[in-house]
Write a protein that binds this ligand. Structure first.
Ligand code: CMP
Length: 138
């Protein structure tokens, strides 16, 4: 359980043609792809996914952005997956993300920040189950 995380390649990174490069970074860092889907979030689904942020000032913009185009959703497996993936993607604000991290390389702004990464084992389970059934995990 401690070895899985959930990620999305967000609409900005998809629109900018970075799906392949980001998946390459992820697999080269030692993450195994357990589940993978090219899909999109309706505004309602984006609102549900980010419900934890519903009181934040950026929530409406975030929901609007996350439903603005297709995304890639994935469940990833690796020892220490949650922490190692957060290291790989870098800080939420790309201007603060370390050189060579996915957000440093591909993100445009704190909102359009290329990728999502789960912040806990519990949220990785919840977020993975939001997109994938047991039959879609390998
Ligand atoms: P994510 O890791 O997917 O989780 C919540 C998202 O909210 C975050 O990435 C950003 O895309 C967005 N976010 C966080 N803080 C801000 C902010 N201050 N302004 C706009 N968007 C934000």
């Amino acid at each position: 359980k401690t070895n899985r995380t959930f990620t999305m390649i967000k609409p900005d990174a998809v629109a900018n043609g970075h799906i392949g490069a980001i998946l390459d970074h992820i697999t080269k860092a030692g993450f195994k792809i357990v589940a993978l889907k090219y899909t999109a979030l309706s505004a309602q689904k984006a609102g549900e996914f980010y419900a934890v942020h519903s009181e934040r000032g950026f929530y409406a913009d975030l929901v609007n952005f996350m439903s603005s185009g297709p995304i890639v959703a994935a469940i990833l497996e690796k020892d220490n997956a949650i922490a190692d993936f957060r290291t790989l993607i870098g800080a939420t604000d790309p201007t603060k993300a370390d050189a060579g991290t996915i957000r440093n390389l591909f993100a445009k702004s704190i909102e359009a920040n290329a990728v999502h990464g789960s912040d806990s084992d519990e949220n990785a389970d919840i977020e993975g189950s939001f997109f994938f059934s047991a039959f879609e995990r390998f």
